[in-house]
Design a protein around this ligand. Structure first.
Ligand code: NAP
Length: 278
């Protein structure tokens, strides 16, 4: 396998690179400067590397801002993916596209890979349209995941840790439920999966479910940070984008695909916390 990862400094880009290097996979990362995806992307750099597989770790991921930056969001999550899909078809390259639980509206609560999508915010729509483009590529994987965390300063555990150090009380939403997924768990499963013959849509999230409150509570307990946590409902927040109330990604085929279950989110969070301590 010769792997091109589009994206270099994002969470998934870094985690996928680290795991691929561990597996001795021949790879290159393209940052947004190497391969800008927002305007008529040019794939000359990809062409000269000659990948067998492309992982699109680049995306517009600002869920609320997407409501007012629709053009940029579509350019990154849909139009560039359309151009890349055509390039992959022409060059017979396997395309791997991460997607999101936000393609679902949250009304059913638990979703199989084949369930009907119905996004309720613009980010989710742009990712759904990206999925449609990728589905044109015969050799492709659409891998939906949820609530990614683990690298950098912008993920939920890091933001909560910083907020808890600045405040005595925190109000955390308790009526949105999902599966927090450690980005290294996602990257590892994704890279292992793309090395095999699997094609199509798959759900790759940690086991177990949590509200944002549960997630914050467990994190702060692990880190022994003492702060008063209050449960609030989504209605108490003024956010530009709607969120699904409950979007659990089910995947019942792991043993058929030759894999074990995904780790439980609480175990991965604990492992990450232990890592921080050393
Ligand atoms: N974060 C979540 O909670 C979550 C949940 C479900 C699904 N997902 C999906 O998982 C994937 C990875 O998310 P993430 O959390 O790793 O995202 P992230 O940390 O926000 O990283 C975004 C990536 O996009 C790249 N990028 C941004 N603008 C670009 C441009 N104009 N041209 C080229 N590249 C550009 C960045 O490039 P540089 O490397 O140059 O900075 C970076 O690598 C995305 O497809 C996302 O939709 C994320």
């Amino acid at each position: 396998m010769r792997l091109a990862i589009i994206g270099k400094y994002g969470q998934l880009a870094q985690a996928a690179r680290a795991y691929s290097e561990y597996k001795n996979i021949d790879l290159v990362n393209f940052s947004r400067n190497d391969l800008p995806m927002e305007k008529h992307p040019c794939f000359d750099a990809l062409q000269s590397f000659g990948p067998t597989h492309v992982l699109v770790a680049s995306a517009y991921t600002l869920v609320d801002k997407a409501e007012s930056e629709k053009g940029l969001c579509l350019a990154l999550n849909t139009f560039s993916i359309g151009a890349l899909s055509s390039w992959c078809i022409r060059n017979n390259v396997k395309l791997v596209y991460p997607s999101t639980d936000y393609v679902f509206d949250g009304s059913i609560g638990e979703y199989r890979f084949s369930d009907k999508v119905n996004p309720i915010n613009f980010y989710g729509k742009s990712k759904m349209l990206g999925e449609v483009e990728v589905a044109r590529v015969p050799n492709s994987i659409i891998a939906r995941t949820s609530w990614l965390y683990g690298i950098g300063a912008n993920h939920f555990p890091e933001k909560i840790t910083q907020a808890a150090r600045r405040n005595k009380k925190l109000n955390i939403v308790d009526d949105q439920v999902g599966s927090p997924t450690y980005v290294f768990d996602f990257a590892q499963r994704l890279v292992d999966l793309m090395q095999g013959d699997f094609r199509g849509v798959v759900h790759i999230s940690s086991r177990g479910t949590a509200s944002w409150f549960d997630f914050a509570y467990k994190l702060l307990k692990l880190k022994s940070i003492d702060v008063q946590l209050n449960r609030i409902s989504t209605e108490n927040l003024v956010l530009a984008a709607k969120r699904p109330k409950r979007s659990i990604l089910l995947e019942e085929r792991w043993s058929d695909l030759g894999f074990g279950e995904m780790p439980h989110w609480k175990d991965s969070l604990r492992d990450l916390y232990l890592q921080y301590k050393h």
